[in-house]
Design a protein around this ligand. Structure first.
Ligand code: SF4
Length: 190
């Protein structure tokens, strides 16, 4: 079964979001944050074209935007916000609209994209970046063997949850439910 990179992020944020996507699809509200996110991506791409690659500790390279990636080996596909291709390799970059430090779900989404890039280019990817748009801050993320294993295990867990149709528990942090578009379907937490 072909999964999406965003499923890895969502599953680590709250596995029920993935359950509501594949096992029991329900209509969901389009929030203002989602609408705003789409417009903001276009602005970031415009600004990013003027930014120096030194911000990524790179002396040169070519930026590629909104790249469709697909790995038959991993059974995953997705659209990567940006990646930089240069002599020393290629580097995935994901834009995030958050003023907090990036969460683990953001990190492993980026690692998943790194794994898809490896399949696309046939070269190892050792480093990626999360670009936090509110403060224009960039966080480097090392793409380690352990991180790759964690992504593979997460994909296995997602597939198992879908195959067994098992309703997962809510996240430990109730704050995650406040702005969730699936709130109406989780009577036990709201
Ligand atoms: S409301 Fe909470 S438990 Fe339900 S899907 Fe959203 S984050 Fe998960």
């Amino acid at each position: 079964m072909m999964l999406k990179v965003s499923d890895v992020k969502q599953f680590l944020y709250c596995p029920r979001v993935v359950y509501f996507t594949y096992v029991m699809p329900v209509p969901r509200k389009v929030t203002r944050k989602m609408e705003y996110g789409k417009e903001e991506h276009l602005d970031i791409e415009r600004l990013e074209r003027r930014r120096k690659l030194r911000s990524y500790d790179l002396s040169g390279g070519e930026r590629r935007y909104r790249t469709k990636l697909r790995s038959e080996r991993l059974g995953v596909e997705g659209v990567l916000d940006m990646h930089i291709v240069c002599n020393s390799g290629c580097f995935p970059v994901e834009f995030k609209n958050t003023s907090r430090r990036p969460g683990l779900h953001h990190k492993y989404q980026l690692v998943s994209y790194a794994m898809l890039l490896e399949d696309q280019y046939g070269k190892p990817v050792r480093q990626g970046y999360l670009y936090l748009t509110p403060g224009k801050r960039i966080y480097g993320v090392e793409i380690t063997p352990n991180a790759r294993t964690f992504v593979r295990r997460t994909l296995d867990k997602i597939r198992m949850m879908i195959a067994r149709e098992s309703f997962p528990p809510a996240p430990r942090r109730p704050a995650r439910c406040f702005e969730c578009e699936y709130r109406n379907y989780c009577a036990d937490v709201v």
